[in-house]
Ligand binder design. Structure first.
Ligand code: ATP
Ligand code: MG
Length: 411
């Protein structure tokens, strides 16, 4: 029955000239999301509103699921368009609309008519009265509540007449593309995909880097990271995923540095390499999934020492979240199931029994000095042999089965 969607977006950051940048980016991202849906659609921007018109049949649930991945959308309203065939006909249409959308009529409502076309015979207030009365007569269980209704029923008189009442929540945030680009250090864990999601939500495009250590880490561990990048790309758009072979660097650290400092030194080299790639690819920041105190390498002292080698801002959006809070987001964005697959990553393989929790920056620097004969060559080699793949969401892999975002049943 629905033939279009009214897209609501938050006004934040939409002032002045930025408004056009914001809206254009939003339209681009809506197109990207709709490309995954069955059917043909046209996006229309009129009078500060964005509509998605369906030109063919479509699956309501599929379209809603996909639009819910577009940052910048605050609400999605499925709309019915009808021709203007007089007020009597409109009453019947509205009665029929309510019947289809609300099988249970025990609800309070408020009519929200709007005469955007001034040659329509009734004014907005008159239309509210006429349509409201028609509904109350048809469905005596319904009640008017003008202060706090359960349902706002919008009827807008334009070229055609638009009817809508459901506002399905969007993800909020800003459309990807309005905020530059950042480099995500993406591991196979729970936290880093969530970190990428959170920064992308602010309109930032994401590239990613993954450090693997074959043969200590398996091909499947790498595939898991590709899968995570793909899940993330539903929200962030296509991701350039750089894969760095970290084995030789790790072995050199293992051989020449104290084992309890291994993780910290390794993390410093990851940051250095990530920053190098970030600079070459016009990223303006790094993103990690670190959270204070979660593990030995994420104490305040450890973060201090890790951060010391970075010159770019490092964004750590999970920093103040508890593990459970991060898990909740991972579940919402559908990365959790993949993240908990048991393939080991390089951090867990070379991990020391008793890693330092309060690394001394001076010691760390001194022990890194042990690598001076080999490290430049190893870094150069790792960067030269980097593999880059473009990861995008495939239609068939898009499924938000365990998402709580399913407020609407397709009819
Ligand atoms: P995650 O769940 O994101 O793996 P974690 O709690 O396991 O995080 P660490 O393993 O200490 O934490 O890693 C901290 C951060 O460093 C990760 O969130 C990620 O951003 C980055 N990182 C760790 N290992 C890798 C890797 N192999 N490749 C890319 N980034 C990594
Ligand atoms: Mg990890």
């Amino acid at each position: 029955m629905f033939t279009a969607f009214l897209i609501k977006y938050a006004e934040i950051g939409v002032k002045g000239k930025n408004r056009y940048v914001f809206e254009d980016a939003l339209i681009q991202q809506i197109k990207y999301a709709l490309r995954r849906c069955e059917g043909e659609f046209k996006i229309r921007k009129t009078q500060g509103r964005i509509y998605v018109d369906a030109l063919t049949e479509f699956d309501l649930q599929e379209v809603v699921d996909n639009l819910q991945t577009v940052f910048g959308i605050s609400g999605i309203c499925p709309v019915v368009y009808v021709e203007d065939e007089g007020v009597e006909r409109l009453k019947e249409t509205v009665i029929d609309y309510v019947d289809r959308v609300y099988p249970d009529k025990r609800m309070t409502f408020k009519m929200m008519s709007r005469r955007a076309r001034k040659n329509y015979p009734l004014e907005s207030m008159e239309l509210n009265a006429v349509l409201g009365e028609a509904l109350l007569t048809a469905y005596p269980e319904m009640r008017v509540d003008v202060h706090d209704p359960q349902v706002f029923l919008y009827v807008e008189i334009r070229e055609k007449i638009y009817i809508y009442s459901k506002v399905i929540p969007g993800p909020g945030g800003m459309p990807v593309g309005v905020g530059g680009k950042a480099m995500l250090l993406l591991s196979g864990g729970i936290d880093s995909p969530v970190a990428g999601y959170m920064i992308s939500k602010r309109g930032v495009k994401i590239d990613a880097v993954y450090f693997h250590a074959p043969p200590y880490t398996s091909e499947r561990a790498k595939q898991k990271v590709v899968d995570l990048a793909r899940l993330l790309s539903r929200y962030s758009g296509p991701i350039y995923l750089h894969i760095i072979n970290f084995t030789e660097i790790q072995l050199a650290i293992y051989e020449k540095c104290p084992h309890e400092e291994l993780t910290i030194i390794m993390r410093r080299y990851m940051m250095r390499i990530a920053e190098q790639i970030a600079r070459e690819t016009e990223c303006f920041g790094l993103i990690t999934g670190e959270s204070i105190g979660q593990v030995a390498s994420q104490t305040m002292q450890s973060l201090y020492v890790t951060n010391e080698v970075c010159t770019m801002p490092v964004y750590r959006p999970c920093i103040g979240l508890d593990k459970q809070e991060i898990v909740n987001i991972a579940e919402k964005i559908n990365t959790y199931e993949t993240s908990i697959l048991p393939y080991e990553d390089c951090c867990t393989i070379f991990v020391a029994k008793h890693p330092v929790t309060k690394p001394n920056p001076e010691y760390i620097r001194r022990h890194e000095g042990n690598l001076k004969d080999v490290i430049d060559d190893l870094l150069e080699k790792a960067l030269k042999e980097k593999e880059t793949i473009v990861v995008k969401i495939k239609k068939e892999s898009f499924a938000l089965q365990n998402s709580p975002l399913h407020p609407l049943q397709a009819d």
